[in-house]
Design a protein around this ligand. Structure first.
Ligand SMILES: Cc1cc2nc3c(=O)[nH]c(=O)nc-3n(C[C@H](O)[C@H](O)[C@H](O)COP(=O)(O)O)c2cc1C
Length: 187
């Protein structure tokens, strides 16, 4: 698939099954992520790959936090938390690792980590994998941040779920570019 076709046709895919990308394919995704625009060449990101039984462990942590937030949580809600990371064979936690830099404010570093995340998803699509970028309450919870080892200077940008699409992929709706793009000209 050529680059523009991939960029034009990428869609999020939520119904994902095994296999996840293998080591070689994963490295291609990582290389794409690392080519994100990056003010000051700060490399303001890191990524955690969660697969196999580590997803179950993460689901248990989600459930524990869910119960702490809402002590009368139902069994069904607890099960939903437990199964969240099992929605794909692989979850990649994308993290902005921000550092003080007088020329590069934190927001720019978070934007770079977001761009790296999008590059990762685009590359997955090129290789025929499906992916979806999710956050939700758990992404911002201090207990989840602690369990994943995030430092105070780090922002959890998203959980990227990756796997093989288990449903047919539909082309995205056509966009009206004029709605969002216009020319500005000074008088
Ligand atoms: C930072 C960020 C967080 C997101 N979090 C969620 C989420 O928690 N749940 C969800 O269903 N979609 C979430 N999305 C949106 C999906 O990733 C996806 O973009 C959306 O469903 C539109 O689908 P499309 O990518 O095929 O256009 C998030 C997107 C971004 C950029």
């Amino acid at each position: 698939m050529d680059a523009l076709t991939a960029l034009h046709q990428r869609v999020s895919i939520t119904k994902l099954t095994a296999p996840a990308p293998d080591k070689k394919q994963l490295n291609l995704l990582f290389m794409a992520a690392l080519r994100a625009a990056d003010h000051g060449n700060m490399r303001p990101w890191r990524f955690l790959v969660i697969e196999g039984s580590s997803r179950e462990r993460l689901g248990e942590i989600f459930a524990r936090v869910g119960k702490e937030k809402k002590p009368d949580i139902s069994d069904a809600e607890l099960d939903r938390f437990k199964s969240m990371p099992l929605r794909a064979p692989m979850v990649i936690v994308c993290i902005a690792r921000c550092r003080e830099n007088p020329k590069v404010p934190q927001i720019e570093q978070v934007l770079s980590a977001g761009a790296a995340t999008q590059n990762l998803i685009n590359a997955a699509f090129v290789l025929g994998f499906g992916a979806v970028w999710r956050t939700g309450d758990m992404a911002y919870d201090i207990r989840i941040r602690g369990a994943l080892g995030l430092g105070e200077n780090e922002v959890l940008v998203g959980f990227v779920y990756i796997g093989t699409p288990s449903v047919p992929i539909h082309l995205p709706r056509e966009q009206n570019t004029e709605e969002f793009f216009s020319y500005w000209a000074s008088e």
